[in-house]
Ligand binder design. Structure first.
Ligand code: NA7
Length: 532
């Protein structure tokens, strides 16, 4: 049996950085990933239109000045192939590839109490052992195709966006169906609408989308960005969500009407998440302020979509702007002005089944060549549930988390010694710009492991009381936010997964600065809440 100090599951943004940090400490480390290369999210999501909603230069790692200075981003919001190239570049630059095993599908992980060791077993039957086990398995990596009768019988091509093939898929002139209008569906639809022969979008709930306003980065701009990285990262550190965009703290009611509208126009016409995260703070906290801004965005949808009936269908009625993840789009609404693009509201005419030739709704049969399932993920805990993780005393993580995650700091779980759920549920990462939050979690955890190793400690576990207090702390932010009242993957709903029909406290909504303070406080107190 091969033995390591640390096994990391996942070779995405998080796993790559954790490996780098632990190798610096001289530890023996193994990374396991079921993909055939590094990249995680950016390895898998190859669907047309897949790109950042984060400004590229806030998404790259900040830990190496040399890396920052040598990498040129080509667009303000880079597309998937470029991000995958970037992550491969990082892996090669820091000689990390030799520590990674690909095609390694982890099936189970079991804590052996007698040795204080984790035993990790792959689908192939091969096993490895380590003192510490780190999960870097992604928050959106367990794809969920819909549960539609007959789905297997379709004779054309069909893909979940997460599993988009590596080989190019020719959609030119084809009859294509897209099911799902979240951040992914909106990117796909905008990207393929013009090239396909006919596009039918099956929409259950519309989302409030806003323009991405992507553009190329010129050589001069890139030079300026490189000269300003300190400032860029300082700015990201200062905002609740780790993006360049921080909220305007003026009360909406204090701002004169013309000033407010001018500000909103400006936000709508600016690149990135400013329209969501750079808005007046009370838009996401006060229902009246939220309704006012939602009305503003509804006006934009009505002005961009020519057919008023279609436009009306694209305006969300069951939740306000920004209370679910805001998809950023490029020519999304304009796609519906094309003659060959149709919107089917499946609340009016539900999908009854999929058959050999297409999709049957209660009103009609749609013959299609290709079906694209942009139906999202068993988010945040799904990737954990898919591994049989067994802690001390035979406790299974999927049982402990049956009604939602329970963690201490989003990093450890009582009953699961030596397991670190890096950037996991109830941590800051998923509600924020991922990489800065990942860097926070990785740096904190690797420092902790370094100290444990130095002190010769081979067992560490969160205390149940500390865990309970953390969960209460996580819950307290849900009480303050309009996000908590809306069904979405942030709040644990997924119609395609059994039992995911109640509110779950999945993410840390307190913001990155508060999260970092909490972590720093625990570290400086000698890691209170942990027993070694
Ligand atoms: P999302 O945001 O979960 O969106 C999934 C979409 O698929 C959403 O519109 C769903 O409708 C729809 N959906 C899901 N299941 C069905 C079924 N069974 N029938 C019809 N429609 C369905 O996932 P994305 O991949 O778009 O985005 C996830 C994150 O990935 C994103 O935020 C980025 O950070 C990257 P619903 O709204 O549930 O009614």
């Amino acid at each position: 049996m091969k033995k390591y100090d640390v096994i990391i599951i996942g070779a995405g943004v998080c796993g790559i950085y954790m490996l780098y940090r632990l190798l610096q400490q001289g530890l023996k480390v193994l990374v396991l990933d079921k993909a055939e290369g590094p990249g995680g999210t950016w390895y898998w999501n190859r669907y047309p239109g897949a790109r950042f909603d984060s400004e590229s230069y806030t998404y790259g790692y900040s830990f190496s000045e040399e890396l920052l200075q040598e990498w040129d981003w080509s667009e303000h919001f880079a597309a998937q192939p470029e991000t995958l190239r970037y992550l491969n570049h990082v892996v090669d630059k820091f000689d990390l590839r030799d520590y990674m095993t690909f095609g390694a599908h982890v099936q189970s992980a079991r804590f052996i109490e007698a040795d204080n060791q984790w035993s990790v077993t792959l689908e192939s039957g091969e096993s490895f052992q380590s003192t510490f086990l780190c999960t870097a398995i992604g928050m959106l990596s367990a794809a969920t195709p819909p549960r539609i009768p007959g789905i297997e019988s379709f004779r054309g091509e069909s893909f979940h966006t997460y599993y988009w093939p590596k080989e190019p898929v020719d959609l030119k002139g084809k009859k294509v169906a897209v099911i799902g209008t979240g951040a992914t569906g909106v990117q796909v639809i905008g990207a393929i609408a013009e090239e396909v022969g006919e596009l039918t979008v099956f929409q259950r709930r519309p989302n409030w989308c806003a323009p991405l306003h992507n553009s190329k980065i010129t050589a001069e701009e890139m030079a300026e960005i490189k000269a300003s990285y300190d400032e860029i990262f300082r700015q990201c550190e200062s905002t609740p969500n780790g993006f360049l965009h921080g909220p305007d703290r003026r009360e909406l009611s204090e701002v004169p009407q013309d000033e407010k509208l001018a500000y909103w126009e400006d936000l709508y016409n600016s690149p990135g998440f400013g329209v969501w995260l750079g808005n007046f703070r009370d838009v996401l906290m006060d229902p009246a302020a939220n309704a006012e801004f939602s009305e503003f965005i509804a006006g934009k949808i009505l002005s961009r979509v020519k057919d008023p009936v279609t436009a009306e269908k694209l305006i969300p009625k069951d939740h306000g702007f920004g209370t679910r993840r805001v998809p950023l789009e490029t020519r999304y609404y304009e796609a519906y002005n094309l003659e060959h693009v149709h919107l089917v509201d499946i609340n009016e005419t539900p999908i009854e089944c999929i058959d050999e030739t297409g999709i049957q709704t209660s009103a009609a049969h749609f013959d299609v060549d290709v079906i694209i399932f942009a139906t999202g993920f068993d988010a945040i805990t799904g990737a954990f549930d898919r591994i049989d993780i067994e802690g001390a005393g035979g406790l299974k993580l999927r049982d402990k988390w049956q009604d939602g995650p329970i963690t201490y700091l989003g990093i450890q779980v009582a009953g699961f010694p030596n397991l670190f759920t890096l950037a996991g549920p109830q941590g800051a990462s998923v509600a924020t710009n991922f990489p800065p939050a990942i860097e926070t979690a990785v740096e904190w955890t690797s420092d902790f492991i370094e100290q444990l190793v130095k002190e010769g400690k081979n067992r560490v576990e969160a205390e149940e009381a500390a865990e309970g207090a953390w969960v209460e702390h996580v819950k307290s932010f849900y009480d303050m936010s309009l996000l908590a009242n809306t069904k979405s993957w942030f709040t644990g709903y997924n119609s395609n997964v059994e039992g995911h029909d109640k509110l779950r406290y999945m993410v840390y909504l307190g913001g990155s600065p508060t999260y970092r303070e909490k972590l720093a406080d625990v570290a400086s107190s000698g890691y209170k809440g942990f027993v070694t």
